[in-house]
Write a protein of this length. Sequence first.
Length: 443
Amino acid sequence: MKTMKRLVYSLAIAFFLMTNAYGQTSEAGWDLARCIEYAVANNITVKQSVLNEDIAVNNVMQSKASRFPSLSASGSQSLTKGTSTDPITYEFVSQTIHSTSVSLNAQVTLYGGNKINNTIRQKNLLVAQNSYYVAEAKNDISLQVTEAYLQALYYKEGIAIAETNLKASEAQAQRSQALYDAGSIARKDLADVKSQLAGDKYTLVTARNSFDQQVLTLKQLLELEPEQSFELTFPSQEHEAMIVIPDKYTVYKEALASMPEIKSSKLQMDVATLDYKIGRASYQPTVSLTGGLSSGYTNTQGYTFSEQFNSNFNQRLGLSLSIPIFNNLQTRTNVQNARIAIQSAELDVSSSRKELYKKIENAHQSATAAQSEMDATSAEVEASKIAYDLAKQQYEVGSANTVDLLISQNTYLSARQKYVQAKYTAILYYQLLQFYQGNTIKL
């Protein structure tokens, strides 16, 4: 009995621990890595790209099967009255005919201008190309999630700035009320401070709303279910934004070797070239080997079914040659269009490279500009904070008016906001350059 109680008790503890562990896992916060991982695994566009890749794989299997013979079987049962031709003996008879015939036919292409082999090569290239499309879709959603996450992080820091500013305004309002009660400042000065306090409260509400909206945008981007909880977690340590920016030409060189859009555009040239060869094959004759087995039965003969089936059994083996002469310019048009497609693919490769370099150049310029703005605004934040602290001290002793105090406060607030914006812009575009170099996005 005691053993049974211990067993039940142990099972209860194990169940509790498992349930608790599951609950902790399911409710764990969403950091950037988890957001990207989930988006890549569940994004609809990515899934559609994977399905297209599966279709391409099936097309390869079908094209390889073109090397095999085609095989078909047929059978017929007929009833004929009146004068007609016996379907087995081909003699004219005037009676009701019951006839049965069966056949098995096969055909295989021996030569077709190498069309089958080139088609198989082309289908294999399309599989590789679709795999690059999948990678491109994953890259796109990863970048979108990264940008949305950093935007949320920016808004979160904006909340912290707004809260700090509101606390300062509340302290100033209390101090101003005391000064007004003591007759040290005019009523207008007190009203200005309270107006600033109300505005700072509104700024905090706006900052929180912007953050909540950005979190919702990120959740929708991840395509989470409406009832699924979504709580963002952010790095505990501030991410370094003043990092050495890699040379844009080095980034471009590495991106050419890693970006899937470049690889897929190069493959398109090979696909178009094979399409041209496939079209040219239609000018060539086609040689096919054909064969067949057939037999039949008719009631006009005085033999049993098995006797007729054996005696009427025949085998056929043949070689056919089909020479294209004129098909309303279809082959010629297809070949010309394929040649144009090759030229178009070459232009697409050039366009893809230029577009990639343009993105890298813009990211490099934006990262450089953002770091320069950080340098400038960092000095502005430091100077405006000193000015604001002095203005508060002067205001408390009556040597500065309310206007000077509020101007100093708003100047300091504006400098902090500009610094934060420049910081996250620098982080975003630095991460983008890292991504183009083939590195993992991480904060």
